[in-house]
Design a protein around this ligand. Structure first.
Ligand SMILES: NC(=O)c1ccc[n+]([C@@H]2O[C@H](COP(=O)([O-])OP(=O)(O)OC[C@H]3O[C@@H](n4cnc5c(N)ncnc54)[C@H](O)[C@@H]3O)[C@@H](O)[C@H]2O)c1
Length: 295
């Protein structure tokens, strides 16, 4: 797998597949697979949703800044040019297929790829599905803000199993996820506070995920109080309906002629593209407004 990081590359179970020499050759192969999938299943519309393992954060490169610059670089034997999630995103957008990034990986998050989406008039959305602890955090934080209860610190410890947990046990891959989970509280309340998010792989948990959160806050006359919660979720059962809804919503957008980042889908993501809004209820209001207008 071209530029997916050491831990994900070690999972590859198809050594028989030929290696792409350039990013363009990898994109061409993904495009041909997608086109073949569409023909084989006789589909009118196809959406591409990234649910692959979380990559390490991509190294910023000057070639990412514009579509013209990236296109020139794609033909060079430069395996580090784009992370694998961006190769898939490029292929999807180039085929004019709506694209959703359900992971914290880079995907279509580079300026050159956003340009490609607008150029081809393709809708896209991301990043990182908001299914568990972060969903609860972004529903609770507005309550503290609206009741003028000042948050002092927010600590969240997460344990999870399955392959997602295994990949996230690599500190480089974990850093991408911690970043998207950790930023939301400060963004909602608008002032700095001490936050800490940890993620540990516990093999026996399989698809179950537990989060323990400790929230320290201050009320009237500076009285200090604590809220703690335990969230025990089944990863797949939480994610699957969101993935289905996202596919339906981006395909609807395509039929309606919408293109570029779909801001009304912010409530689905920990790190919504094109939006600084993290408050779950305000995000949901954007979706409701969109649905009202679409009718
Ligand atoms: N509740 C959730 O499940 C949830 C919520 C938010 C985000 N996510 C993100 O969604 C992704 C999938 O989660 P999961 O629990 O299904 O993980 P998983 O490990 O069970 O599945 C990921 C799959 O992607 C495959 N893969 C990795 N790199 C690939 C590549 N370059 N090309 C093709 N396949 C590749 C892996 O082999 C694996 O089968 C992860 O990035 C995770 O962080 C999941």
């Amino acid at each position: 797998m071209l530029n997916s990081g050491k831990t994900i590359a070690a999972l590859a179970d198809r050594p028989d597949l030929p290696r792409a020499d350039t990013p363009q050759a990898a994109i061409d192969r993904i495009e041909s697979d997608l086109a073949d999938f569409r023909t084989r299943h006789r589909l009118d519309q196809v959406a591409v949703i990234n649910v692959a393992s979380t990559e390490p954060a991509a190294e910023p490169r000057p070639e990412h800044a514009s579509l013209a610059g990236l296109r020139i670089a794609l033909g060079r034997a430069d395996a580090g040019l784009l992370p694998v999630s961006s190769l898939y995103a490029y292929a999807a957008l180039d085929l004019r297929l709506p694209y959703v990034n359900f992971t914290p990986s880079t995907g279509a998050g580079l300026p050159a790829l956003k340009e490609l989406a607008v150029w081809h008039q393709v809708p896209m959305a991301g990043s990182d599905g908001k299914t568990g602890e972060t969903l609860v955090k972004t529903a609770l934080a507005p309550m503290f803000a609206d009741r003028n209860l000042k948050l002092l610190s927010w600590v969240g410890h997460n344990i999870l199993g399955n392959r997602d947990g295994l990949v996230l046990s690599d500190p480089r891959n974990k850093a991408s996820k911690v970043h998207t989970k950790d930023q939301v509280i400060t963004r909602i309340v608008g002032y700095p506070l001490q936050t800490h998010t940890s993620i540990e792989y516990i093999e026996s948990l399989d698809d179950l995920k537990t989060a323990w959160d400790h929230i320290h806050f201050q009320g009237f006359l500076g009285v200090r109080m604590t809220l703690q919660f335990t969230w025990q979720g089944c990863d797949s059962a939480l994610a699957a309906p969101l993935v289905v809804d996202l596919a339906r919503l981006v395909l609807l957008s395509q039929r309606r002629g919408e293109a570029g980042v779909l801001k009304h889908l912010a409530c689905f993501f920990k790190s919504p593209m094109g939006s600084e809004e993290h408050d779950f209820f305000r995000q949901y209001a954007l979706l409701e407004e969109y649905v009202r207008q679409s009718r």
